[in-house]
Write a protein that binds this ligand. Sequence first.
Ligand code: SME
Length: 168
Amino acid sequence: MNITVPKGLKKDEMYGYIKKELSKAAGEGGDDCAFLANSSAILNLFLQDINWCGFYLWKKGRLVLGPFQGKPAQTEIDAGQGVCGTAAVTGAVQRVDDVHACTNHIACDLASRSEIVIPLKKGDIFLGVLDIDSPIKSRFDEMDERGLTEAGVLITGYLLAEKTFFQD
Ligand code: SME
């Protein structure tokens, strides 16, 4: 796997590349952990102006830190706690323009200013979240939400086929 990021990509083109690289990563073998580690690396390569990018996985009713890029982060998040825990209980994408104005935000990196959390779910099955932080206020727009939701669908499909992470 040798990924180069073309210069001057428009946002919709960038999400096309991200989905293509995630699909390739899904075909590379390994297990859930290997795939999620490479997925966080792919997202981190393509997305500009971010300072944390990774996964929390739903285990025994709480979110547990998974593969990520960025500073060390809180290892467990209860249902309903923080932006990630809110995504877990609502099943809805959380797009926070200014985390300083969000009372239910867990600061893992003080540089973070905006955040997007994508639930990884299919029907009633909830596997965890994709969490991305940016040091820039209002970094994530509707196009990011759409592109990352599509990336989340792809990642969820792989995890459901693989399942090894979710065996207790
Ligand atoms: N900010 C998240 C916690 C995880 S860190 O951003 C990596 C939250 O409020 O749930």
